[in-house]
Write a protein that binds this ligand. Structure first.
Ligand code: UDP
Length: 268
């Protein structure tokens, strides 16, 4: 049980984190508050929360159109977004939606890029990360790529994203023991956010961020779209073309655009 002093301290920390996060400008997209910050501002906000020692158990969602649409259409998934502490616009569909709503955001904050930036900050500050999710070769490859780029980075541990209940217990124990500043989970939405929501009380991590297929890209097992494709905003199409299994999910994109169009009409 927490002592009164600890309770008060935790309450104060939550308030301080709330102040920083509350001051971030946001755009309402399908009922979800998406942060309007560029990459540097996002890293600075996350750093401020951690440096103030106030980032215990925070969750960041890097939302693309598919995630926002599923959360919009399903109240249970909506709860996973409403309970997040920060939603960033990962995906050109989200950036375009903000413009259509007359509240343009500064740009895309792609989860995999944010992960690189936060890893650089973590290495610089002598803090630590834990990687959970994806196939074993992917997560190992992602850890190796991050370590090669940032030799000072403390990687507290990593585990693939395919585990049973017994293995899950071992993973939770390891994270409890290592107490990493960041827990990056690459199991796709909603599994990654559910893992955190269901185990929040047991996860003594600073900040958790769901990063979808990022470990596949970091490890090089899945090629990221070439720079020019990213520049012409077609990375999403490249990802669908690269993995035909994803095509079964593409219907969420027109649905998302229709829902945004309805929101625009309702506003005018
Ligand atoms: N994954 C996992 N455990 C599972 C199912 C999926 O770790 O039970 C991983 C999968 O290997 C992949 C990631 O979750 O690395 C999801 O990638 P996807 O590209 O579908 O996510 P998105 O970036 O679209 O959210």
């Amino acid at each position: 049980m927490q002592s009164k002093a600890t309770e008060k301290q935790v309450g104060g920390e939550k308030e301080a984190a709330g102040d920083i996060l509350g001051a971030i400008p946001k755009v309402n997209i399908l009922g979800f508050p998406v942060a309007n910050m560029d990459m540097a501002e996002t890293v600075a906000a996350v750093a401020a929360v951690l440096e103030g020692g106030i980032g215990q158990g925070m969750r960041i969602v890097t939302a693309n159109a598919e995630i926002l649409y599923h959360a919009y259409a399903d109240p249970k998934l909506a709860e996973l977004l409403h309970s997040a502490d920060l939603i960033v616009p990962d995906g050109i569909g989200v950036v375009k939606a903000a413009s259509r709503l007359g509240r343009p955001v500064k740009g895309r904050v792609a989860g995999v890029d944010l992960l690189w930036q936060l890893a650089a900050w973590t290495a610089d500050k002598g803090r630590s990360i834990y990687l959970l999710g994806a196939a074993r070769e992917s997560v190992e490859g992602a850890a190796a790529a991050l370590q090669a780029k940032h030799p000072a980075l403390q990687i507290a541990g990593w585990h693939d994203g395919y585990f049973d209940e017994a293995e899950k217990e071992r993973i939770l124990k390891e994270i409890e023991e290592k107490r990493p500043d960041f827990l990056f989970i690459a199991m796709g939405f909603p599994a990654q956010d559910r893992f955190f929501a269901e185990n929040r009380e047991r996860l003594p991590v600073g900040i958790m961020m769901g990063v979808g297929g990022a470990f596949d890209a970091l490890s090089g097992r899945v090629q990221r779209a070439p720079g020019w494709i990213q520049k012409v905003n077609l990375e999403w199409a490249y990802r669908f073309a690269q993995n035909p299994k994803r095509l079964g999910r593409i219907w969420a994109l027109p649905q998302f655009m229709l829902a945004v169009r309805r929101q625009v009409r309702e506003r005018s």
